[in-house]
Design a protein around this ligand. Sequence first.
Ligand SMILES: [Zn+2]
Length: 466
Amino acid sequence: MQIKSLLVIFFASGMLNGCSDRPDQTDIVINNVTIVDAVSPIRTARSVVVRGDKILAVNPALSGNSAAAPHVIDGSGQYLIPGLWDMHVHFLYEPQLTEHMANLFLHYGVTSVRDTGGNLSDLTALRRRLSERSQPSPRIYFSGPLLDGKFVVYDGSDPARPALGVDVADTSTAEARVKQLKDAGADLIKIYELVQPDVYADLVAAARRYDLPIASHVPLMLTADTAGPLADSMEHLRNIELACASNWQDLLAQRQKAIGDFTEGLGYELRRSLHSAQRLPAIAAYDEPRCNQVLDTLRGTTQVPTLRLNTVFQQQPWTREDWPAALSELPDDVSEQWQSRIDLLAHNNPTADHRFAEWSLFLISRLLERGVPIAAGTDTPIGFGIPGYSLHTELELLVAGGMSPRQALYAATIAPTDFFNNADQMGQIQAGMVADLVLLRGNPLENISNSRNIAAVMSGGVWARR
Ligand SMILES: [Zn+2]
């Protein structure tokens, strides 16, 4: 062989080595681990190589000397899942918690969150502060304020209801509102319950023009099967009960009249009075064939059920064995305040009505049967939702509602990427995906509660918990 061709081979192999998917000393390798993601078969005895903020490769497990190198972490007997999402959070709902939420999310393996309502400049500043610090931060996507009607539910008139919303009173301001949000860096828009139907249509059209996905409550003037298909996600399963009632037309007419007649007062009171007058009667008038028609219109609209919130008085998470430890992770003033509110609840309301909780759990099986997509979200910190911790409760409740553990994992890893159209970058453990990873001590597909048994959390290639 001529020297020239030897050199070619030498350089070619050197180059190959340079872009190889084999680890080098600057990589992090999680070795001999079992990989569990929501779409692939379980992969045992793997090494996952992380370079920078990405997964470089998934290889067979290393052995011998290479397995003992200092950058190699032994994952024997452990399970690696993609970082989890919470698709419904509010950083600004409880001001004493705001600065603590990012670390709590990461502690519990939640590496991406969607904030569905809060002051935009405060959220922008928070995201900037978190990105500038030396510790990792969860990925934060936000909508800015709830886009509400002439009356605003979260208008800040009461400390229990912070100013999360703004009014979009008529169609002349809808386009400008959405443009303003886009220009200010919002990742989605969130439409709320008191917008008028013509404003809803204009907000949807503007969001499409500015390429912003839409999260929405069902506006009270509309029904789930008319408003829902126009949005990319719907929240809390709320108002589906009205559309699924045999007498939905009567209920809707009553509701529209009440809103039309409402000329003075608080948006919060208007909404509360309608829900308390209509929710349970609608559930009692459940009509399955009608409901199937409604759900069939929602096959392109991700439902974020927030079962954790809908069932909080039924489930009473504060009676769980692991609750005191989780509560103690919150700042002292918050945990003391929550505990006294919980004590008061137990005293004043020992037999709360569980029909909406039961309905919400029941509806999961209906959504599954009709092929409606579902994503995991909690509404933390509303209703005693401990950031991060509550996402694992949501996963357990999705399984209690009829999902397999694999479907629940999908709801917290891949379904969110459908909403944000970034499934090519995250949600699976594959070369090229972001290195958001959670190492578990038990297999979540055997028991979804194993998602709580966390050994380590990585966010963007950096250990956030180990
Ligand atoms: Zn919310």
